[in-house]
Ligand binder design. Structure first.
Ligand code: PFF
Length: 416
């Protein structure tokens, strides 16, 4: 549940629906599914192997599995990237808290993405996330995820049921589904793969850290497939919850902050003109969904650094949480006060740091670790013959296909 909580987040809500619509509808969705299962999932398994084998945070893992080597760079990168990401991710969390409050009066006004008020809400959001992490892996992260993931699915389904019944909603479903192969270009593959990385929280030490808490008896492959399926289902449900309502209001879809804080508030206001109660209820449910989805992801981003300070620097967990909170908060000031910094931080971390992290992870597991150790993890200590049969395929994907694919996306960010 915690892994699913990390995966399900803003990526599913503000990028996936738009990408699916713009890059070929059902054709994009099929490519996205293939990328998720054949490329992203092997990367997920690679991180999981590193985490569970070493039973350590990302930096400790490298120190234990490849002592005294340059691979520690991968560890440091994996701890630094999530702190950078959470610094802007929590700004969106802050906007969502503000918009949840505004939903009660359905008076959203102009979207103001920067400034002191944003700082206030961002601080609240980040502090609550850090407080949940401070309660511990079991008592905080897992407990919160166990109740919030089912809640997210219920909320998004309720919104979907309402959305698809709005007049003219069919155009939105058509936008998401009509296969348009003319829009399928090499860029489509690069975008689908990049999006599936981001969506599964890969390349930034999260799966390494979370897997270090997974018991040897647990089925690692099932956790991976379960996370990927839950993440995919949520992305598709979010698409059908959002786009029909957007098209029904006669507006163009958007991606990113524009969709959530400009387009959708307009839709909610229109709903409210017809029935204030319905408009308010849908808006409240929607922003609650965003907050909870963003919070389970922020928690996972914070935990990577916290695990490092607790395990390597022997800090008490609450103190480690305060330290990571403070670093993320300070870094976040740039995104709180400048939209340009917000965009640059997102682009730099999503396109560059994350791809480099993912590439190093698959190279490490595919080429540096002993094949028998990798097999041992994938088969949960040899106890799962079924996983053993799949191992050659998984290992081939990790060793050859995934590194090539990651390099392709990396360069396509610059040249396509
Ligand atoms: N996977 C989350 C999403 O799709 O929004 C975002 C995310 C979480 C990205 C954690 C990166 C990360 F490390």
């Amino acid at each position: 549940m915690a892994m699913a909580g990390s995966a399900i987040g803003l990526g599913n809500i503000w990028r996936f629906p738009y990408m699916a619509g713009e890059y070929g509808g059902a054709a994009f969705i099929v490519i996205y599914i293939l990328c998720s299962f054949f490329l992203s999932l092997p990367i997920f398994f690679s991180e999981a192997v590193i985490g569970r084998r070493s039973r350590s945070n990302a930096i400790g893992a490298m120190k234990r599995l490849a002592p005294g080597s340059a691979w520690t760079v991968l560890g440091y990168l994996s701890v630094i990237t999530p702190v950078i990401i959470v610094s802007y991710y929590s700004v969106v969390g802050g906007w969502s808290v503000d918009y949840l409050l505004k939903s009660f009066s359905l008076n959203f006004g102009q979207f103001v993405p920067t400034g002191p008020k944003v700082l206030l809400f961002n601080t609240v959001f980040l502090a609550v996330s850090a407080a949940i992490v401070a309660l511990g892996v079991k008592g905080g992260i897992e407990k919160f995820s166990k109740f919030s993931i089912p809640l997210l699915f219920v909320l998004i389904v309720v919104i979907l049921v309402y959305s698809v019944r709005m007049p003219g909603a069919g155009k939105g479903t058509e936008y998401l589904l009509r296969p348009d192969f003319s829009k399928v270009t090499p860029r489509t593959f690069a975008f689908a793969l990049g999006q599936s990385f981001y969506s599964l929280s890969l390349g930034m030490g999260i799966i390494i850290t979370y897997s270090s808490y997974v018991h040897k008896e647990e089925n690692l492959m099932v956790s991976g497939v379960g996370t990927a399926v839950a993440d995919l289902m949520f992305a598709i449900l979010a698409g059908f919850a959002i786009m029909p309502a957007v098209f029904s209001a006669g507006i163009k879809p958007d991606a990113g902050p524009g969709l959530i804080f400009e387009t959708l508030p307009f839709v909610f206001t229109r709903m409210g003109e017809a029935s204030p109660l319905v408009g308010t209820a849908v808006a409240v449910m929607f922003f609650l969904t965003i907050i909870v989805a963003a919070m389970t992801s922020s928690i996972s981003l914070l935990e990577v650094g916290v695990a490092y300070f607790v395990e390597e620097k022997k800090m008490k967990r609450p103190l480690a949480c305060i330290v990571v909170f403070a670093i993320a908060w300070l870094l976040g000031l740039s995104s709180v006060f400048s939209q340009k910094a917000f965009g640059l931080t997102d682009a730099f971390s999503s396109n560059i740091l994350l791809t480099v992290g993912a590439l190093l992870v698959v190279l490490f597991v595919g080429w540096k670790m002993k094949k028998e150790d990798v097999r041992d993890e994938i088969t949960d200590g040899g106890t799962r013959p079924g996983n053993g049969k799949l191992f050659p395929v998984v290992y081939f994907l990790i060793r050859y296909l995934a590194p090539v694919a990651v390099l392709v996306i990396f360069f396509s960010n610059f040249f396509l």
